[in-house]
Unconditional design. Structure first.
Length: 446
């Protein structure tokens, strides 16, 4: 199994400044030059940090206006929604998945191609099956075992590389295809000054849309029953593609979301400087595109994800126009292994594309002081409910979560928040072992 790249930064780096220990400050006369300089340094860094944040916001808003005025996005759907030319390959080989190259958008004026694995379950003549587009995360490539997982569920599936590589060698240093697109840089930070259509973000989203077009064109696939799921950076790409390509009937981002300026990559964004960071946010942040998505979403994430924290996730899942289901596991590990296998993903896809029994649906939630509640509908029995809460503040990735049982009666769940709770949400578990979550709520003074 190809694993998610392990060299991500695990948190936000903040600008630090030197402050004298309290016991030393106490013995320095208030009018001393040393204390004056220390206070001046603190005031300067406070001012500088706030100025940087303000400039980034202004740049983002300015570029956001430019975006709407110039009729972006820049992906040409009149071309990308047509099936690309593709060629079956003899190598590499895999049981149950076929290797192909398909044509993609130009890079620096030259045509490119994309490697993909395609799998199709056995079907009777004239029978058509639903299809899934699978978008890999950072450090990975096209994944044949992921394709086989979905074929075993009765789906046609395509997993394409989004980084100009082929799945030969050892990840993350896969062999580069000389006819591939821009090199992988996972976010495009160092490409932000390139021509926009030469940047990784543009190419990766185009590759997702073209892979969708190819999958829909296969005679065994029902083109009106297709979905997309992606893991980590693949979840990020899933959010953008869902806002651009309205042919998808569902979207399942795992970990990945928008509002990068609030994510574990915020410090990388800040290093670009205010103008370039604002340009990146306006061009490539999923928050720009999610509002156009109309299909149902399943959002799968962990309470302490190091890269896509719960606040950025909440801002993101409130944007699409379609329905949403949340699956927020306590301390869910980050990676391709845990991101591929949650049963909720299969059940959600089956409910929309195969008329299967859906996940329980949250119909309401609220709080009165420390008493919290949620209501739900479900076609299967909900067997357990839990209250997850934290008394911590600070980095979302570092907060310690605790769990207590909640009361479950007549499609209503109730619980009492422990004193000092700062954030909480409820998880409901059905008899299949699937969980759905309420939105989290921040609170204080309890």
């Amino acid at each position: 199994m190809t694993k998610e790249r392990s060299s991500y930064r695990s948190g936000i780096d903040y600008m630090h400044h030197t402050v004298l220990p309290a016991r030393n400050r106490d013995i320095i006369p208030a009018n001393s030059s040393l204390q004056f300089r220390a206070r001046a340094r603190r005031n300067f860094w406070r001012f500088w940090t706030r100025l940087q944040a303000l400039l980034m916001l202004v740049a983002f808003l300015c570029h956001g206006r430019t975006y709407s005025q110039t009729n972006m996005p820049i992906w040409d759907l009149s071309t990308l929604t047509n099936s690309p030319e593709w060629t079956a390959l003899a190598l590499p080989t895999s049981i149950g998945a076929k290797p192909v190259f398909f044509t993609s958008v130009p890079f620096r004026g030259k045509p490119t191609r994309v490697f993909a694995w395609i799998g199709i379950p056995s079907v009777k003549p004239g029978e058509k099956v639903p299809g899934m587009v699978l978008v890999h995360g950072g450090g990975a490539t096209a994944l044949d075992d992921w394709v086989r997982l979905w074929v075993g569920r009765g789906y046609a599936a395509i997993s394409m590389d989004t980084c100009g590589k082929v799945p030969v060698g050892n990840g993350p240093d896969w062999v580069a295809d000389p006819q591939g697109g821009p090199p992988a840089c996972w976010s495009g930070w160092d490409q932000i000054d390139w021509p926009r259509k030469d940047q990784w973000n543009y190419h990766a989203v185009a590759d997702v849309i073209l892979a969708h077009s190819l999958l829909r064109s296969l005679p065994e696939v029902d083109p009106e029953r297709t979905g997309v799921t992606g893991i980590s950076w693949g979840g990020y790409l899933t959010c953008i593609a869902a806002g651009v390509d309205q042919r998808f009937k569902l979207a399942i981002p795992v970990y990945g979301c928008g509002f990068t300026d609030k994510s574990g990559f915020a410090s990388d964004l800040e290093k670009l400087g205010a103008e370039r960071a604002g340009r990146w946010m306006a061009w490539w942040d999923p928050s720009v595109y999610l509002g156009e998505a109309k299909m149902p979403f399943l959002w799968v994430d962990g309470s302490n994800d190091p890269f896509y924290p719960m606040n950025a996730l909440q801002f993101s899942y409130r944007l699409p126009k379609g329905s949403r289901t949340l699956c927020t596991r306590l301390r869910m590990p980050h990676g391709h292994g845990p991101g591929e296998i949650p049963e909720e993903i299969r059940v959600f896809a089956d409910s929309i594309l195969k008329q299967g029994i859906p996940l329980p649906r949250i119909t309401g939630q609220g709080r009165d002081g420390r008493s919290v509640w949620t209501t739900y509908d479900s076609k299967v029995r909900v067997v357990k409910a839990e209250l997850n809460y934290t008394k911590d503040t600070g980095h979302w990735q570092d907060r310690k979560w605790q769990t207590i049982a909640a009361d479950l009666t007549n499609r209503r769940v109730t619980a009492v928040l422990p004193a000092g709770t700062r954030v909480y949400y409820l998880n409901l578990f059905d008899e299949r072992g699937c969980l759905v979550s309420t939105e989290h709520e921040e609170c204080s003074g309890l």
